[in-house]
Design a protein around this ligand. Structure first.
Ligand SMILES: *Cc1c(COP(=O)(O)O)cnc(C)c1O
Length: 467
């Protein structure tokens, strides 16, 4: 299996060669040259597998340049920190089932992909005999998932920028309590966009990028997308009976369109998914797109800070992969869309709108702060389950699309402990932290404070990067 760019300007590459670069060399995103297909017999055979075994099968279709036994070793190691089931399913009422994606070290679904990514990046670096310095910006979940997946790795170090004083105490503790030598937390005197701009400037300096071996593990990373495909198969296998060819639907709390893109890939691979329901919060640029066919990214200033902060986006970095499929995999039409965006501030796909639902099965909805609180409260009263605010956005929108006879699965993208304040506001309950979490919250913190200054960041990286 080879990987090509959505913009048509990259020589096909094997899986391992797409891992270490965020973008394709032509500015597009790497996508499979052809989508692997899974038939019904194979799917039935997979019912007996454990999560790591299933991950080996599914990822083996994408990472054909990695020998099976190496892949099996990596998936076993990646999901070792999770409970035995890895992804448990539980009903919250007669209509909805939660898919538990947040059982990993940082209590959010990003661990699912990041834990595998840590394994496979280290493997690819060993094969090449090289090192990698990850430079990233985070407003919370991504940075901590990356650090927990990459801590202690010999060939990798992490430089993670975050806006000083703007993360929750829990998020800060999750990152700053790590004292591994290869983890560098840098708190920038600025907002998230300032952090992001520093990263873009340095990664855009190709000479610096090459000499310092800089790389990224952001949400466009192809290994993350493929690792997320696995749990759609897992959830389908758990929620259906053997022999049936039952269609079911998934609702996905969405931001950068990474998680739901993996569901879309699973559907294209032949998994019987009826609908993929995209749930947005008040920053509903994607709900607007899937309802109207118009994609109109917003500015940072137009992006609201909400109580489901990991979905606070102004543009969706993975959407280009969906658009590539929408335009029949024609790179010229992808480029034309982005030209329209530059010239008129939006892209118009209204002519394709009927296909969004009929051909791709994607529908969408929006949830607000009031919806989130009401949903957390209703689920708690009904089933005594406490769900996190992002999952609540999913539950709210899922209810609008429940159909008789079609199971509806909602992806649980985080645990409520990460967002205790909103839980208190919704149900007046103080969550009990486990002793591990309490220890983390009280541990000494390791962070370097820095001005919003490119020269200072350069010097810091030069002094601490692996070579
Ligand atoms: C990252 C994140 C999301 C959004 O996922 P995307 O892949 O960016 O669409 C939703 N919920 C939580 C808790 C997250 O951390």
């Amino acid at each position: 299996m080879q990987y090509i760019s959505t913009r048509g300007g990259m020589q096909p590459l094997p899986y391992c060669d797409t891992l270490l670069e965020g973008l394709a060399t032509d500015g597009g995103l790497a996508v499979p040259e052809t989508m692997p297909v899974v038939d019904g017999d194979t799917l039935e055979r997979w019912r007996a597998l454990t999560y790591p075994q299933l991950a080996t099968e599914v990822l083996g279709l994408f990472a054909t340049d990695i020998p099976r036994e190496d892949l099996a070793r990596m998936t076993a190691a990646a999901y070792e920190p999770f409970p035995e089931e890895v992804v448990p399913l539980r009903d919250i009422d007669g209509d909805l089932t939660l898919v538990g994606l947040s059982e990993g070290p940082t209590l959010a679904f990003k661990d699912m992909a990041m834990q595998f990514l840590g394994q496979v990046v280290e493997y690819a670096l060993e094969r090449k005999g090289s090192v990698l310095n990850i430079l990233g910006a985070t407003s919370g979940d991504t940075g901590s998932a990356a650090e927990h997946a990459l801590r202690g790795k010999e060939r990798i170090s992490v430089f993670m920028l975050s806006p000083q004083g703007r993360m929750s105490p829990f998020q800060r503790a999750q990152m700053f309590s790590l004292d591994d030598e290869n983890i560098h937390n840098i708190a920038i005197d600025g907002v998230f966009d300032d952090c992001q701009n520093l990263v873009k400037d340095l990664a855009g300096d190709l000479d610096f990028k090459r000499t310092q071996h800089l790389g990224a593990v952001n949400s466009i990373n192809l290994a993350r997308i493929t690792a997320q495909v696995v749990y759609y198969f897992w959830a389908w296998l758990r929620a259906t009976d053997a022999g049936g060819w039952t269609e079911l639907s998934f609702t996905v709390p969405s931001g950068n369109f990474g998680n739901i893109l993996s569901g879309f890939y699973a559907k294209q691979m032949g998994l019987p998914i009826r609908r993929l329901v995209l749930a947005a919060n008040e920053n509903n640029v994607l709900d607007e797109f899937f309802r109207t066919g118009i994609y109109r990214p917003r500015s940072a200033a137009q992006t609201l800070a909400t109580s489901s902060p990991s979905m606070d986006i102004s543009k969706a970095s993975n959407l280009e992969r969906f658009i590539f499929e929408l335009v029949g995999r024609d790179p010229e039409r992808v480029l034309a869309a982005w030209r329209d965006l530059d010239e008129q501030g939006h892209v118009d796909f209204t002519a394709e709108l009927p296909r969004f639902q009929e051909e791709f099965g994607i529908v969408s909805g929006t949830s607000t702060h009031a919806d989130r609180l009401a949903t957390i409260r209703a689920v708690f009263e009904e089933s005594e389950e406490v769900i996190d605010p992002h999952t609540a956005d999913g539950v709210k929108v899922a209810r609008e699309y429940v159909e008789p006879g079609v199971p509806m699965l909602v992806l649980e993208t985080a645990k409520p402990e990460k967002f205790a304040e909103t839980i208190r506001e919704a149900i007046g309950v103080e969550l009990d932290y486990s002793s591990d979490l309490r220890a983390m919250l009280e541990a000494p913190q390791h962070v370097t404070e820095m001005a919003d200054d490119q020269a200072a960041l350069r010097a810091f990286i030069e002094a601490h990067a692996l070579r």
